[in-house]
Design a protein around this ligand. Sequence first.
Ligand SMILES: [Zn+2]
Length: 322
Amino acid sequence: MMNARRLLLLLTYLCCSVLGIACAEPDSDSRNVEPRDAAQTRAGTAREANVAFSAQRAFALLEKQCEFGPRPPGSAAHRKTQDYLFTELQKYANSAVLQPLEYKVGTQTLHLNNIIAEFGAQTGETVLLAAHWDTRPIADHDPKPENREMPILGANDGASGVAVLLELARVFKAHPPPRRIVIVLFDGEDYGRTADDMFIGSRYFAQNLGKWKPDYGILLDMVGDKDLTLPIEANSWNANPEFATAIWNRAASLGLAPFQQRLGPAIMDDHVPLIKVGIPMVDIIDFDYPYWHTIEDTVDKCSPKSLEVVATLVISIIYDGL
Ligand SMILES: [Zn+2]
């Protein structure tokens, strides 16, 4: 037999269910109960993010990419790396997608994929964080002619920027940024013998911005060098001098010595297609790297500390704004 009080509770519950009302147990006191995932929905701070960012974990992500071997488009290692990076980003992002594109070089058709993931607030300004995940199929700057048709490992030129962004993705999940973040890992940056067949993924992305259109962005390329020097990249400065100056000023205020308050060389890189469509972008790049486009671009030339220095600047901009 059901007593009157139980019957009343049951009727209340059924009414709520039928009406689609979220109905607390009438006897429970819910006044002091916070949403279970309050820590996840509250915006994180730069301090929390800096504590959470692990230089060792970032470096392990650099090593992990290199364990796949050279990762030029069309190779099995390229395919495996794509699956790995996409799976990792899906763990942490609000949403993650592949942006496929085909590109014809001579008689060959390359099947490339940019990997795109969103984090943080759903509205407000959008900040793009980018790096390229492919590696160069030819070591055309190797000092030894016999090595120049070999693919590079790309520990610094490729893996370093991606490693920083993957570790940041984990941090963003734990401490959601107060603005919308779009991470894009570009494919086909380093493919061609000439610039005509390079920056393939970023050119496509810049022409198909859609809902990912950022207000401004930061490109990380070759940020893992043990001997890190980061002058202001000249194409970034020429296009948007105030924006570039603000970024390097922030590095100075944070006491990040590798960021040098001088103009460095102009580098053709994935930021240029975005600058061309009106997006302020800086390229954080250490081009003073003797192993660039050689088979010596290996893990031992890189350091966890360099990845951390760059992450500290990115965290400051993401969480505190410019
Ligand atoms: Zn390169």
